[in-house]
Design a protein around this ligand. Structure first.
Ligand SMILES: [Fe+2]
Length: 365
């Protein structure tokens, strides 16, 4: 099986976010600072709300819904001329044979399935909102995750059959909006500060979370199971043959925090290194999942003193490496080490999203 890893950032942290043209850059920075500062409180509100969901009666929800409907106008975001490649495609659902093939498949090409994942906004487009609080909008990574599968099978006479299908990853928020047949979440990632804050708060009150769970960043395999992932949610296990969603995976209830979209297998042991970063403590937690995928063998608070965007780490046969920005440093930790066993290497400030590779040679990493 082959997979490609489409890269995207967690919406709230995306460096490519669009700036509203109506406010100055310094105002935008201030607004982002305030939003970042307020987000832990969103989380707190979210947790409190989750505990009390049963107490919020349907009348309150209906009143909130009526307030949102009368106050916010949602509209489709038009694609810019350079954004045609991000336009959503239709969900096919059933596997279809491809009959029109240009070129030839190499004789030694392996049978199997090639799966990719990407942002494919439900209801035809990303959304913007307009209200008395101002404007807010989704950013391009916020489309629902759609899996695309190409199946290569070879008959005994060496004739290839190629089939294709695509399916949405059915996260909880995807199911919610699909069931209600309309976009429910008010865009809360970018826009005018009051609009963003109010949208996030209303989303939490209405649905228990500020943002949708969009499983659109990567596909990975572990212990014979295939998962679709995005770093703001648990991975979703998918059925290899239908691309149907089998369920959310939290390592048997042991991992209750964001889960990286780029976990790494430890060479030799087959264990899976995972991590999650938070806006409040613990800011960064690293975990090791057993090779059979059944057990979380290790969970370590890296004891950072602030939240930093961490999208990927590297793993060698014995070490785990991760990176920070601003006062940049690279940390190297034994697989089963902890915060006290990390060796930090201070480097010139930089920002890195992905690693190309890392390896050990003799006593060098
Ligand atoms: Fe990525």
């Amino acid at each position: 099986m082959a997979t490609t890893f489409h890269c995207s950032l967690r919406p709230s942290m995306c460096s490519g976010r669009r700036r509203p043209s109506s406010i100055s850059i310094s105002a935008t920075r201030l607004s982002h600072k305030i939003i970042s500062t307020a987000k832990p409180y969103f989380k707190e509100l979210q947790q409190q709300f989750a505990l009390r969901t049963g107490a919020v009666n349907s009348i309150s929800k209906r009143l909130l819904g009526a307030f949102v409907e009368s106050t916010f106008t949602l509209s489709h975001q038009p694609l810019r001329p350079t954004e045609g490649n991000f336009a959503p495609v239709k969900e096919i659902g059933e596997i279809q044979e491809i009959v029109d093939i240009a070129g030839e498949i190499p004789a030694d090409f392996p049978e199997g399935v090639y799966i990719r994942n990407g942002s494919n906004p439900l209801f035809g487009a990303l959304h913007s909102s307009k209200s008395i609080f101002g404007k807010s909008h989704d950013i391009w990574v916020e489309g629902e995750g759609m899996l695309h599968g190409l199946y290569f099978t070879k008959s005994s006479d060496n004739t290839w059959t190629i089939s294709y299908t695509n399916r949405y990853v059915q996260s909880d928020t995807y199911r919610l909006e699909k069931e209600l047949k309309k976009p429910c979440f008010i865009p809360s990632t970018d826009g005018d500060l009051p609009a963003v804050l109010i949208a996030a708060a209303l989303n939490i009150l209405m649905y228990g979370k500020a943002f949708k769970n969009i499983s659109n960043t990567s596909v990975f395999e572990h212990a014979g199971r295939v998962f679709s992932a995005a770093e703001n949610d648990n991975p979703h296990e998918i059925d290899l043959y239908s691309l149907g969603t089998l369920g959310s995976w939290n390592v048997d209830g042991e991992w209750k925090m964001p889960f990286t979209a780029h976990p790494k297998v430890i060479p030799g042991t087959g264990e899976l290194v995972i991590f999650g970063f938070n806006l409040d403590r613990p800011f960064l937690t690293v975990g090791i999942v057993s090779a059979d995928g059944k057990k979380l063998k290790r969970k370590v608070d890296i004891e950072l003193d602030r939240c930093t965007y961490c999208h990927e780490l590297g793993v060698t046969t014995t070490l785990i490496e991760f990176e920070k920005d601003s006062y940049a440093r690279i940390g190297v930790m034994p697989h089963y080490g902890d915060a006290s066993s990390i060796i930090w290497f201070y480097v010139q400030p930089f920002c890195t999203i992905h690693l190309v590779n890392c390896f050990e040679e003799d006593d060098e990493v």
